[in-house]
Design a protein around this ligand. Structure first.
Ligand SMILES: NC(=O)c1ccc[n+]([C@@H]2O[C@H](COP(=O)([O-])OP(=O)(O)OC[C@H]3O[C@@H](n4cnc5c(N)ncnc54)[C@H](O)[C@@H]3O)[C@@H](O)[C@H]2O)c1
Ligand SMILES: O=P(O)(O)OC[C@@H](O)[C@@H](O)[C@H](O)[C@H](O)CO
Length: 465
């Protein structure tokens, strides 16, 4: 086996910490950490990354000088490089180190990849106070701030709680303004998180809420690089040939669009290919509706036709036809001037890359919420535009049919889904879970009913029973 990765042998310098990251998963290593390492001023920007739930990635990275390999896997071959921008990795509950970093005026940026559910925010951005972990954090912080206690002993187990603890420490330290950069596939992620942060801070302490509103810039982003969960074979290869116990494999394509201010500075991410825009909405809609919308369709329709990966599903003419027709409806809603023909063409090639094994069951997690924001939103807006949402209703029907057929992944809406399945009219009730409006529209409901019947008839498992 090759020697463990080390900065000395790899000749990789250690930049000073100026970025904190929450959610040290595969995507952070394939995307924001890679953009930071590629930037022309990479020598000035190191990342201190915190895990979310399992400390495994922090332990593995610490044992190899926080270096790891990124393999960019094209249809025609692999390119593997060592990435050195992460310089510290900690368990998520290492609040002492988090506090030191937030109190440091040189720390200018906080990035996040904690999954949509990890924010514990409602669709309107307000905190989900029914969430016991978030509710406990709010109470602990409120008590500590009311007594102006030192903050060393305060427990915070949610990402939002940890952010607010860090921001209060920064406020008290007079360390100045900071930028927070959510990098999850959530529509309008910057404004959504800003609403949540200020509202939650308001439940904790007015002084903190006012400071967050004035001193914290929450940047909106659209992030793009297909990064499937690591396979056992890739893990074994990286350990054996590169001495890397924490590798990541992703597609060659990478895109990062950002809107917002960085009051304490930021890396020159443009030099690595990032794009700064005044209005992110069209970029974000193009990415979420076309790429993630199509992924969600394939994750619903693919298993009904016996497929397990994105590449298998997009090679099936029936799945590809549905995706292409859905794209037709979605691009009709995008504003003029946003290029989409090349983007769509490239997406087909990206999905078809046979060497990227992106499992549909990974994408299917939390499908109800994703279907609501993707296919159901496209259907509703197509109706608003006076057109018939034929394909987007079929995409919604694919989710309904998959749930009825038992092709289910863990979902934050599981209680509602179970209630819908037990009801007299499960199709109508499931449609209501993702869009009360479509469920209340007789023509849409009938369209979904007939598509569900057709999709169920094509399901090799359902049709055999
Ligand atoms: N993988 C991709 O292709 C990709 C591409 C674009 C965007 N993203 C975004 O990045 C997110 C993470 O993807 P990944 O591939 O890194 O997944 P991953 O499973 O490798 O990592 C997820 C990270 O989020 C943390 N996390 C999960 N639930 C959390 C919670 N409730 N609270 C706090 N932290 C939590 C985990 O601990 C882990 O650090 C996705 O949910 C998506 O929003 C991923
Ligand atoms: O959990 P989701 O549906 O938001 O994302 C799953 C995949 O579609 C996603 O990770 C893509 O690979 C990624 O968004 C590509 O940039």
């Amino acid at each position: 086996m090759t020697a463990t990765l080390s900065r000395e042998t790899a000749g990789v310098p250690t930049p000073p910490v100026r970025i904190v990251h929450l959610g040290l998963g595969a995507f952070h290593r394939a995307h924001q950490a890679w953009f930071t390492a590629q930037a022309t001023d990479a020598a000035e920007w190191g990342i201190a990354a915190f895990t979310g739930r399992s400390p495994a990635a922090a332990v593995a990275l610490a044992a190899q000088d926080h270096l790891y390999t990124l393999t960019r896997r094209g249809a025609d071959g692999d390119r593997t490089e060592v990435v050195g921008s992460i310089v510290e990795a900690h368990r998520g509950d290492d609040l002492a180190r988090l506090a030191d970093l937030f109190a440091d005026p040189r720390v200018a940026v906080v990035t996040l990849t904690i999954t949509e559910a990890g924010y514990r925010l409602l669709p309107d951005g307000l905190p989900d106070v029914a969430d016991p972990v978030l509710a406990a954090d709010i109470e602990n912080l409120r008590d500590a701030l009311a007594h102006r206690d030192p903050l060393g002993e305060v427990a915070a187990n949610s990402a939002l709680g940890r952010l607010l603890l860090g921001l209060e420490i920064r406020r008290r330290a007079g360390a100045g303004p900071i930028a927070i950069v959510p990098c999850d596939n959530v529509p309008d992620n910057g404004r959504w998180l800003r609403t949540g942060l200020i509202a939650t801070a308001g439940m904790v302490d007015d002084l903190l809420a006012g400071w967050v509103a004035e001193q914290v810039s929450v940047v909106s982003t659209s992030v793009d690089r297909i990064t499937p969960r690591l396979s056992e074979a890739d893990a074994a290869w990286a350990l054996e040939s590169r001495g890397d116990a924490c590798p990541v494999v992703a597609e060659p394509f990478a895109d990062w669009t950002l809107e917002g201010d960085f009051p304490a500075g930021r890396p020159d991410w443009e030099s690595a290919g990032a794009r700064f825009v005044d209005d992110i909405e069209p970029w974000e809609q193009r990415k979420l509706w076309l790429l993630n919308g199509a992924h969600s369709i394939l994750a619903s329709a693919g298993p009904l036709r016996g497929h397990e990966t994105v590449a298998e599903a997009i090679a099936d003419p029936a799945c590809r036809d549905l995706v292409e027709r859905y794209w037709g409806e979605a691009v009709a809603l995008l504003p003029e001037g946003i290029e989409h023909a090349d983007y769509r063409g490239a997406l087909i090639d990206r999905f078809a890359n046979p060497r990227i094994v992106h499992r549909l069951e990974q994408i299917a997690a939390d499908a109800a919420t994703k279907t609501r924001y993707r296919a159901a939103t496209v259907a509703e807006r197509t109706l608003d535009a006076g057109r018939v949402p034929d394909a987007s209703l079929e995409a919604v029907a694919a989710w309904v049919a998959g749930v009825i057929a038992g092709h289910r992944a863990p979902d934050s809406q599981d209680d509602l889904i179970d209630q819908a399945l037990a009801a007299d009219d499960p199709v109508a009730r499931l449609l209501e879970v993702v869009s009360p409006r479509l469920a209340g529209d007789a023509a849409s409901l009938e369209a979904v009913r007939s598509r569900v019947a057709a999709l169920r008839a094509a399901d090799p498992v359902a049709s055999a029973t």
